[in-house]
Design a protein around this ligand. Structure first.
Ligand SMILES: C[S@@+](CC[C@H](N)C(=O)[O-])C[C@H]1O[C@@H](n2cnc3c(N)ncnc32)[C@H](O)[C@@H]1O
Length: 215
């Protein structure tokens, strides 16, 4: 977190009561240090899907399905469907149980495998894509989702400022050099891409929001 923890806590209180299942998942993720989106980011995803009346939603990085449930709850209202991908078999299996408990099993398809292999096999045009998998692979996902995003489609990417370290001049351990370098390249690539209109929001761990322009 690169802004005061108190601010995140305060903003969270403004979200109001979350349902018990989301709270249970937050606690589980914290206990096992599974990195899931913050409730603020989950709520933001839900809001964007509602606002765009998105129908065909793709998520890269399911983990135990926390962000997927925020997306799925909105999809249920828009009449949309979420396809989510994760390469971790155990996490995917746990996510599927959560989807059933949330009553969202008909709104969500959970695919298991490496997104870099699965994406080229998909032929849908997605109107909402959320990327939240391996930070060092974001550039790869970007080129693979490029043909899959419909004109006017929305692309949201989490952790783009990664603890604030992506901002030049900040100090971090050398073992993160490569990942931070790749995230900088990713942001540069995305923000300069003439086919997308992009903004970067410094909340959560840094979230980029792009609109695919008509070409
Ligand atoms: C940050 S977690 C996802 C959190 C989830 N979006 C949430 O907020 O609830 C990242 C997930 O991406 C998955 N992952 C990493 N690289 C992947 C790849 N190449 N293909 C598919 N999944 C991948 C990991 O197994 C992990 O569960």
């Amino acid at each position: 977190m690169f802004y005061p923890f108190e601010m995140e806590r305060y903003l969270e209180t403004l979200l109001g009561e979350r349902d018990p299942l989301l709270r249970e998942m937050e606690e589980q993720a914290l206990k096992e240090t599974i990195p899931v989106v913050t409730p603020m980011v989950g709520n933001f995803l839900n809001l964007l899907v509602h606002m765009g009346k998105s129908q065909s939603i793709l998520e890269i990085g399911t983990a135990i399905g926390y962000s997927t449930i925020w997306l799925g709850r909105a999809a249920e209202q828009t009449g949309g469907h979420v396809t989510t991908i994760d390469m971790n078999k155990d996490r995917r299996a746990r996510a599927v149980i959560y989807f059933e408990r949330a009553g969202l099993q008909n709104c969500i398809t959970a695919l298991e495998g490496d997104a870099r292999k699965i994406l080229p096999t998909l032929d849908s045009a997605f109107d909402f894509v959320f990327i939240d998998a391996a930070k060092g692979e974001y550039l790869d996902y970007l080129s693979l989702i490029y043909p899959l995003i419909a004109p006017e489609g929305v692309l949201v990417v989490d952790n783009v400022l990664f603890r604030g370290w992506v901002v030049p001049g900040t100090a971090f351990a050398p073992k993160y050099d490569r990942m931070v370098g790749r995230l900088r390249l990713f942001l540069q690539d995305l923000c300069q891409n003439p086919d997308f209109s992009t903004t970067v929001l410094p909340f959560g761990d840094g979230v980029s929001v792009s609109r695919r322009l008509r070409v």
